[in-house]
Design a protein around this ligand. Structure first.
Ligand SMILES: [Zn+2]
Length: 417
């Protein structure tokens, strides 16, 4: 069997990333004195309008929306506050109720999370993630994806993931399906707190639990030893695979953890709702440039300022974002009915239901302890529903994904899970 070709639109998307556009977004966001969620008309409201105008200027098929609601008083919200997410959406031409969501949070903070007055540039946390998100929107503005895309600039992350919860809840309430969600948060600084520069990879955090799984599914997961294969981890592996196929000199590090130790992010409400959701963060954070009052102290320049963003690094982060969002949004939906035959044969038989939107399939194989797929086996036949594989089902994990006629690959589904 010969392999499937690359998807040309992914290659084009990776070439369309503009470092200058990324710089303009970050400088534009940092020009506001603060983007603290509770800064009201003189801060965060004006920022939301600026984001709406910037997204509208990209034209094409983007539907730009400001989603405003009254957030009640809460742990980090001292009075009921009207706050807004900003989205650009492209509805899916084939699957109108299915979405890929990519996000960054546009709110910022300083040392005291309730301080809505002090200068809070938030260049890396998280103007960098907003810049990635809206640059991918600019690149894909004229595309017509099969699966819809929501490019989301979210608010209230620092006050308790408010914007992400609001968006996840509203999608669930409408009965929509999120095929894949990723938040880009702290993705622009390559120089770590240890003084070491790391420019060749990005971390992908993915939780191992599967919220909402039925007791039958939980029993099957335990008995088949597929604990490391939650939907969120399957998404992380798919992005790692896109990086290998399309991005030279830049890779991913899949981390088996919902988030950095003891911390949280905007992917969590989506993961909790049962969707595949991951977080992207730079390799090596520098906390002197996050959540800090701007100040000089013992010769250290504290503050999250644009001069600490590595735009060449951020460009590579964005190339990978453009690649995987393009690939998954232009692919068929993931395959259904993917199982392994339980027999005592030394080979493995995989079965699935044929997908009319696919031209073929790829079987993915890895040893149970490997974070990333090790082998890809093409099946060049749309009507195929079975394959015999020369691997022991005791030692390997198997996935299956659909390939569309354009060469786009769906997310994988883990066999037998
Ligand atoms: Zn953040």
């Amino acid at each position: 069997m010969t392999g499937f070709p690359k998807f040309g639109a992914v290659v084009n998307a990776t070439r369309s990333v503009s470092t200058e556009q990324l710089r303009q977004t970050i400088m534009g966001l940092c020009a506001f004195p603060t983007r603290h969620t509770l800064s009201g008309a003189r801060g965060v409201d004006a920022v939301a309008d600026w984001l709406v105008r910037r997204l509208q200027s990209y034209g094409g098929n983007l539907r730009v929306e400001k989603d405003t609601w009254l957030e009640p008083k809460g742990q980090r919200v001292n009075k009921p506050s009207t706050i807004s997410n900003v989205y650009a959406k492209i509805p899916g031409s084939k699957y109108p109720n299915h979405w890929v969501v990519i996000s960054g949070h546009y709110d910022s903070r300083v040392t005291d999370v309730m301080d809505s007055n002090s200068n809070a540039p938030g260049a890396n946390d998280d103007a960098s993630g907003v810049a990635v998100t809206i640059e991918v929107a600019r690149i894909l503005a004229t595309s017509k994806p099969d699966v819809g895309i929501i490019f989301a600039a979210l608010t209230g992350e620092e006050q308790g993931l408010l914007g992400a919860k609001h968006l996840a809840d509203s999608l669930v309430a409408k009965g929509e399906t999120v095929v894949a969600m990723a938040t880009y948060d702290i993705v622009g600084n390559s120089m770590g707190a240890d003084g070491k520069k790391r420019t060749d990879y990005i971390r992908i955090f993915s939780g191992g639990d599967t919220p909402g799984e039925t007791s039958v599914a939980a029993t099957r997961r335990r008995t088949t030893g597929l604990d490391a294969d939650s939907p969120s981890r399957t998404l992380a592996r798919s992005v790692a695979d896109v990086a290998k196929r399309y991005i030279k000199g830049f890779r991913t590090e899949v981390v088996y953890r919902q988030d950095r130790f003891g911390r949280g992010g905007d992917h969590s409400p989506f993961h909790a709702a049962g969707f595949a959701a991951v977080r992207f963060t730079e390799p090596n954070e520098d906390w002197t440039h996050q959540h800090q009052d701007l100040r000089m102290d013992a010769g250290i320049d504290y503050g999250d300022k644009p001069e600490y963003v590595d735009f060449a690094y951020l460009t590579n982060v964005t190339r990978l974002a453009a690649a995987w969002v393009t690939d998954i949004s232009h692919a068929p939906l993931p395959p259904a009915g993917v199982t392994l035959v339980t027999d005592l044969a030394p080979i493995t038989t995989m079965k699935w239901r044929a997908n009319p939107d696919a031209i073929g399939y790829e079987i993915l194989v890895r040893r149970s302890t490997k974070a990333e797929w090790e082998k890809t086996i093409p099946i060049n036949k749309q009507s195929a529903t079975e394959a015999k594989l020369p691997f022991s089902k005791d030692d390997y994990v198997f996935g299956l994904r659909c390939v569309g006629k354009n060469g786009a690959r769906s997310l994988a589904v883990i066999a037998g899970r």
